[in-house]
Design a protein around this ligand. Sequence first.
Ligand SMILES: Nc1nc2c(ncn2[C@@H]2O[C@H](COP(=O)(O)OP(=O)(O)O)[C@@H](O)[C@H]2O)c(=O)[nH]1
Ligand SMILES: Nc1ncnc2c1ncn2[C@@H]1O[C@H](COP(=O)(O)OP(=O)(O)O)[C@@H](O)[C@H]1O
Length: 206
Amino acid sequence: MQYPGNLFVVAAPSGAGKSSLVKALMELDQRVSPSISHTTRAPRGQEVHGREYYFVSRETFDQMVAQDAFLEWAHVHGNRYGTSKHAIEQRMAQGADVVLEIDFQGAIQVKRIFPNAVLIFILPPSWEELRSRLERRAEDSADVIEVRLKNAAQEMAHAKEFDFVIINELFERALFDLKAIVHAQRLRFTAQRIARSDTFQALNIS
Ligand SMILES: Nc1nc2c(ncn2[C@@H]2O[C@H](COP(=O)(O)OP(=O)(O)O)[C@@H](O)[C@H]2O)c(=O)[nH]1
Ligand SMILES: Nc1ncnc2c1ncn2[C@@H]1O[C@H](COP(=O)(O)OP(=O)(O)O)[C@@H](O)[C@H]1O
């Protein structure tokens, strides 16, 4: 499937820093817009329905699955998460760059539908640091943190299926890497458009 904007998919084990990095990217770059997923997980302290996620019941989620409303969806850490077609289609049709913050299963589904999607995996610098970030974030119970750490190894085994891997040790350095990937993709996209169209004419370049 072709689309006029760029699609970036960011995945990482819980606590590696993907939400912080994506948020910082969007503050610096107004051309990137987020996709708001649906989830059956309960909201955390500061989360707002329609901002971080659409928090829905399992029944509503299953109904949406039955209606084919999701581009992709997956079971993650005991809950369901999905990208609704509605969340991204309009912005993509307008040519916006959209960033999906989803798990590796979703990322692989998206790449099948949109082969030009850029898959970016964020790794923590160490296991100790991953655990201490989850603990310092102080949003999840000890049980939930253990489930997330247990799932992290399996998630990280899929990093090799991604186009880019960023190690989020120093935050500013990782943000620089993420900006560089977005920038490089835009340049590649321009080259692809020129290769398949009369872009020289459209730009008035003779
Ligand atoms: N497949 C899929 N995964 C999602 C979606 N939205 C969020 N996720 C992933 O679900 C996992 C859990 O997300 P969340 O509960 O917000 O916890 P966090 O990873 O600690 O921020 C993360 O790997 C998210 O990237 C989605 O729409 N589809
Ligand atoms: N490079 C970093 N160094 C130290 N702490 C970080 C770094 N990146 C993110 N964090 C912190 O780690 C915690 C987890 O980050 P978050 O973005 O919520 O991760 P994720 O979305 O991958 O679960 C947050 O408290 C965040 O402020």
